[in-house]
Write a protein that binds this ligand. Sequence first.
Ligand SMILES: Cc1cc2nc3c(=O)[nH]c(=O)nc-3n(C[C@H](O)[C@H](O)[C@H](O)COP(=O)(O)OP(=O)(O)OC[C@H]3O[C@@H](n4cnc5c(N)ncnc54)[C@H](O)[C@@H]3O)c2cc1C
Length: 501
Amino acid sequence: MNPRSSSRLHDVVVAGAGPVGLFLACELALAGVDVLVLERDERPEAPLNSAPLGLRGLSVATSEALDRRGLLDDLLDAVPRPAQAGHFAGIAIDAAKVDPSAWPWRAAGPALTTLASDIATLEAVLAARAFELGVVIRRGLGVTGLDERDDELAVHANDLAFRTRWLVGCDGGRSTVRKLAGFEFAGTEPEFTAYSALVDIADPAVLKPGRHATPRGFIMSQPGRIAIADFDGGAHDREQPVTRAHLQAVLRRVSGTEVRLTTLHQATTFTDRARLATTYRRGRVLLAGDAAHVHSALGGQGLNAGLGDAMNLGWKLAATVRGRAPDDLLDTYEAERRPVGQWLLDWSRAQVAIMRPGPQARAMEGIVRELAATRDGATWFAGQLWGVTLRHDLGGGHPMTGRSAPDLAFDDGRRLASWLREGRGVLVDLAGSQRLRQAAARWGERVRVVGGGVGKALGLAALLVRPDGVVAWASDDDAASTSELEGALTRWFGPAARATR
Ligand SMILES: Cc1cc2nc3c(=O)[nH]c(=O)nc-3n(C[C@H](O)[C@H](O)[C@H](O)COP(=O)(O)OP(=O)(O)OC[C@H]3O[C@@H](n4cnc5c(N)ncnc54)[C@H](O)[C@@H]3O)c2cc1C
């Protein structure tokens, strides 16, 4: 049967209404782009998306992104609990030892915090914003096919076909879009299957409490809950539901005890399979989130990276759709975000290396544990886990270029994050330079100019911030060069508007 084709041509179709697809849809709609989200599942509620098993650690980078779109308060209202500093292969990082002065380019603000939110709550906050922005989400329509015609695509879902100029696969680790569009997904095969489960145990004293290594892997046991890493080569078929009998067998094997599970309430599994798309764009199809990178859930980074992808891609794709983008703007998405994906895979592999059964891994784990317990070590790990040391290589000499912008506080009580909520670029003029202001004014509504009153902060005289909060250009010099600023404005926002006579 031929699919029924809609006559409407969308700017962008996003496949998947998970957190990454929803956030990307919000970014596109904020920039005035027509976006349709197609979601396979009929209903947003899934039991594993709720706490406790659906709980996810959100990094400082994610808090900042949400704050820059006015979503952080909504989330904080719903999940008022800061997360711990994080962990590396189960080695807890002590927040009290973290020294924020190691990141002098950060300005303290409400977003300088990590959070824990369950996926259901995060998705509800994002879906509400998407609704406010007029995004249409069609549920029960999983993408099943793709045709490319001239300069548009036909996206098939059930017996329907949707016309669109661009398609973004945010459809998770087993992405159909990735397969349909022929993306290569390269990486390494798993060494373990991990289980996280809510259980009743007949004889809990049989298991050692807390987290410990065994000859088969790792066990973490606390009242009502267990986590297991079974180094089985990733043999468990994740398509199969986890039964009580299966989980008990795994727990017995890994713990070396005859422990008895009386009830299995809920279980989730993952492996350390690590794969990364070799490119994030093929023609008019792009990937973001788990569709572009899969790895173990160790250290909780996948969601943070996916939301970072969405923030980075949204304004660039929107500018491309609207015909305003410099030629290579969209290519910078892959150039900036694929290295983050690569880091993510390696971060998770390094944890596997010290979790393997055997004396070598135990010895290495001991060394990492000692290092992580030092002030410098805790600060280094937190810098990675919280996403605060990330810097894109944008060229340019200033040490702040390519970093997340400091959340400067202005005399009128506003902060930089609040100026970014419109999704435009921002020139922060801290030295009261008429020359810079006049130069930026030629980019019209693409770049807002703010400043005044605050005086120099962090030694900065001026700062050009992209819509995603990344510093595009900065100067400490009160007499900063207008041509340097104009170069950065042209690079990220296209040519200035022509002067009208
Ligand atoms: C146990 C566990 C703990 C974790 N802890 C953390 C953590 O603490 N911090 C962290 O950052 N990350 C963590 N992660 C990873 C994080 O959950 C994922 O990286 C994140 O959910 C990925 O979001 P996504 O939107 O890319 O994909 P998904 O959440 O998988 O969403 C994809 C969406 O696409 C839909 N879909 C699928 N196929 C189609 C199709 N063909 N057409 C249309 N729609 C489709 C799906 O129904 C789904 O709604 C954890 C993961 C696990 C398993």
